[in-house]
Design a binder for this molecule. Structure first.
Ligand code: GDP
Length: 299
């Protein structure tokens, strides 16, 4: 929590400093509201939410003196209102053997790290976990996942670089089934440079998984890097179309000036946000809490 606060304090200090400089000894009028709206848009909250916040603030207060503390309180309230409906825990169905989690996202977003953190978390809850190194395109991704497997005591199904990702997913699911594993987490490629190829591969992985279990994947998590700002919005659209994203994890909130993008995504896509990444370590994954996040943003 402290790390989230420290990290987000960068985005919030941008907003917070903005609020202080706008509202020190000034009235709430068209000019100050417009300045506030600009600060919020700069912080990636999105035009819709920025407008909603300034409107909520103006209601009953227009023309009056206002303190920056009051502005922050309204901001936290309004951001909580946007985030509350999407803050939802990831629920694993214990009856499924395995519950299949497909993890998608662009390279560098923190997919592998998040998979490692999830594996540790599920294991700590007493579940058996298996990982599939489905990013068969990058040797480093396969190696990274193996490292996380060792670190968390989780078996990793991997093949040589260049192997067919769908075939690997098929084998991993078959083996997980045979062994009665609780959770299978499938990593995927994320090279957005070749969108058509990537999307064809993801579709194939999903198709093949469904041959083994027509109800799978049970969750498709999109991992988003908070530091990419507006790009994250585009990624939600692209991966949503192809992979049918069911929930989000936002990483790198410990070191970003751009946590506000999560508010814009929540307002626009209303996808469940399950976890946030607040560091590179195994324990640096936290369930998403709307009010905590909103208060950290408001400073
Ligand atoms: P992938 O290419 O999507 O699999 O990304 P990786 O999991 O390899 O992560 C890319 C880099 O981001 C690595 O250096 C990770 O340690 C780092 N990373 C991942 N999640 C976080 C996070 O929540 N906070 C920070 N500070 N770094 C992270």
């Amino acid at each position: 929590l402290q790390r989230l606060k420290d990290g987000l304090s960068r985005s919030s200090s941008a907003i917070g400093d903005g609020i202080v400089s706008i509202f020190t000894k000034r009235k709430l009028d068209d000019e100050t509201l417009e300045e506030l709206e600009n600060v919020l848009i700069q912080a990636d909250l999105g035009v819709t939410t920025a407008t909603a916040i300034t409107e909520a603030l103006a209601k009953g207060r227009f023309g009056k003196d206002i303190s920056d503390a009051e502005v922050r309180a309204v901001l936290a309230e309004e951001v909580t209102r946007v985030l509350s409906p999407v803050a939802s825990p990831l629920v694993l169905d214990g009856a499924r053997k395995p519950h299949v989690l497909l993890v998608v996202g662009v390279n560098g977003s923190g997919k592998t790290t998040t998979i490692g953190k999830l594996a540790a978390k599920f294991r700590a809850e007493g579940r058996s976990v298996m990982l599939a190194a489905g990013d068969t395109f990058r040797a480093a991704a396969i190696e990274q996942l193996k490292v996380w497997g060792e670190r968390t005591g989780t078996p990793v199904i991997a093949r040589a670089v260049g192997s067919d990702a769908a075939g690997l997913a098929y084998d991993a699911l078959t083996e997980a089934r045979a062994k009665g594993v609780d959770v299978l987490i499938v990593d995927t490629a994320g090279r957005l440079q070749n969108k058509t190829e990537l999307m064809a591969e993801l579709e194939k992985v999903i198709r093949v998984i469904r041959k083994v279990d027509p109800t799978a994947p049970h969750d498709t998590l999109l991992v988003l890097d908070a530091t990419t700002g507006q790009n994250a919005l585009a990624q939600v659209e692209v991966f949503g179309r192809v992979a049918g994203v069911s929930g989000l994890v936002m990483t790198k909130l410990d070191g970003t000036a751009r946590g506000g993008i999560l508010v814009a995504i929540a307002a626009k896509h209303k996808l469940p946000v399950h976890f946030i990444g607040v560091g590179e370590g195994v324990d640096d994954l936290e369930p998403f809490d709307a009010r905590e996040f909103a208060e950290a943003i408001a400073g």
